[in-house]
Structure formats: structure tokens, C-alpha cells
Design a protein around this ligand. Structure first.
Ligand SMILES: [Zn+2]
Length: 61
């Protein structure tokens, strides 16, 4: 994914910053404990498509 794209992306819920997952398959909002999928390089910024983080992921810094 284009790093510049990540700069302009914000969480649709809290408008906070997102973190790209290590495998680049998800964009994570720690504040909401949600992970938004990245499909074929396109972030899907929909709450209905987001996955809730599990406990380990929430604790991960
Ligand atoms: Zn958020």
C-alpha cells in the first residue's frame, strides 16, 4: 500500500490514526479495538466490515 495513503486514512469512527498490520492485511484502530480489512491493496473503511481485536491484539503495543 502507498505509505502516503496510510497518512490520510483515519478511523471512520473515532477519526484517530490507524496502524497497518504487520502482514499489511488490516488497518488497526487501537482506540476502538477494530481492524479494517485491506482487500487487494484497498482499505475497506466500513465498521460493518471491521473485525474486533482479540485480547492479545488489544494488549499488543
Ligand atoms: Zn477508531
Amino acid at each position: 500500500m502507498d505509505p502516503k495513503l496510510l497518512d490520510i486514512l483515519a478511523c471512520p469512527l473515532c477519526k484517530g490514526p490507524l496502524k497497518l498490520a504487520d502482514d499489511k492485511s488490516e488497518l488497526v484502530c487501537k482506540a476502538d479495538a477494530l481492524a479494517f480489512p485491506v482487500r487487494e491493496g484497498i482499505p475497506v473503511m466500513l465498521e460493518t466490515e471491521a473485525r474486533s481485536l482479540n485480547v492479545d491484539e488489544r494488549l499488543d503495543k
